[in-house]
Design a protein. Structure first.
Length: 309
């Protein structure tokens, strides 16, 4: 008797996974670049408030220009609430909380803590999109999350996983991102992916522009800090979402969200040349194990829930 064949990804799912991986690669540089912009407690640079609001303001201005150039239609009235929740999650919540946290923790440490984001995104996506992941899929998601948490415990040393206040900010950022990703993906089902993040940024401009102006650095900042700020403004806050939301819409939020499991280790790899942080065999080993759960999880069934009534 032959073994049953595991379900394979459809062309749409494969395209969604590819776009999701592109978005995750762009996002993986966010924490190292934010660390570059905020500095350390001993050598502070830009404030977390300026980085969060400034990047949203700059990306919002670019978004407004793009929407005008493409003559994008106005969002429908029914899209107002999902757009607001998307903005609260990915324009305000995640950028502000991570920017405040990154002055106090390394990029490697932060990347591991935010590594539980895929499970949160999958849970939000399952609720919003009426999807029913198989138990095997959830097992892969939990296994991958367990790996990044185990890694965090091992890297924390003999004292265990110390929950620094910055870790609480990062966990809050994770929840904000999961909500923003979920609602943004739902909007991408009937809106162009780039329009979703653009409108979320544009409706936020009345708040982000004044706060960015009020928190503008009082002293000149070095070039590396401005380079980090430019990256998180143009790529992390804007262009990365073009690929990410399209990937979630095409491939399914629950399945594509698991590609985020590789983001912590991509962030670590980027942190080595940018920040001089170390990367050893243990980190690489856990990275390979997490990527294996992603490859296995993409082969597990994710079905739509049956409608009732």
């Amino acid at each position: 008797m032959t073994a049953p064949r595991l379900p394979t990804a459809s062309p749409h799912e494969a395209r969604g996974l590819a776009l999701g991986l592109l978005g995750v690669t762009i996002f993986a540089l966010t924490l190292p670049m934010t660390r570059l912009a905020v500095g350390t407690p001993d050598a502070p640079q830009m404030s977390g408030l300026f980085i969060a609001m400034g990047r949203a303001a700059l990306a919002g201005l670019l978004s407004g220009a793009l929407l005008l150039a493409l003559r994008a239609p106005l969002p429908q009235r029914a899209d107002a609430w999902p757009l607001l929740l998307t903005a609260l999650g990915v324009v305000f919540g995640f950028p502000l909380l991570t920017s405040l946290a990154m002055r106090h923790v390394s990029a490697v440490h932060a990347s591991v803590i935010v590594g539980v984001l895929p499970l949160a995104t999958a849970a939000v996506g399952a609720l919003l999109h009426r999807q029913r992941p198989s138990p095997a899929f959830w097992a892969c998601a939990v296994l991958g999350t367990g790996l990044v948490v185990t890694f965090a415990v091992l890297r924390s040393g003999s004292a265990g996983l110390a929950l620094h206040p910055a870790d609480l900010l990062l966990l809050g950022a994770m929840l904000c991102a999961a909500v923003g990703y979920g609602f943004g993906a739902r909007l991408s089902q009937h809106m162009r992916a780039e329009f979703v993040i653009c409108w979320a940024l544009v409706i936020s401009l009345p708040v982000t522009v004044p706060l960015a102006a009020l928190s503008w650095p009082a002293v000149p900042m070095p070039t590396p800090a401005w380079a980090g700020f430019a990256y998180v403004s143009v790529f992390s806050m804007w262009l990365g979402f073009f690929a990410w939301y399209r990937g979630l819409a095409v491939g399914g939020t629950v399945r594509v969200s698991q590609v985020q499991l590789v983001q912590p280790f991509l962030g670590m790899l980027f942190a080595v040349p940018l920040l001089g942080e170390g990367l050893d065999a243990v980190s690489l080993g856990f990275g390979l194990a997490v990527m294996a759960t992603v490859l296995l999880g993409r082969r597990m069934a994710v079905r739509a829930r049956a409608r009732t009534g």
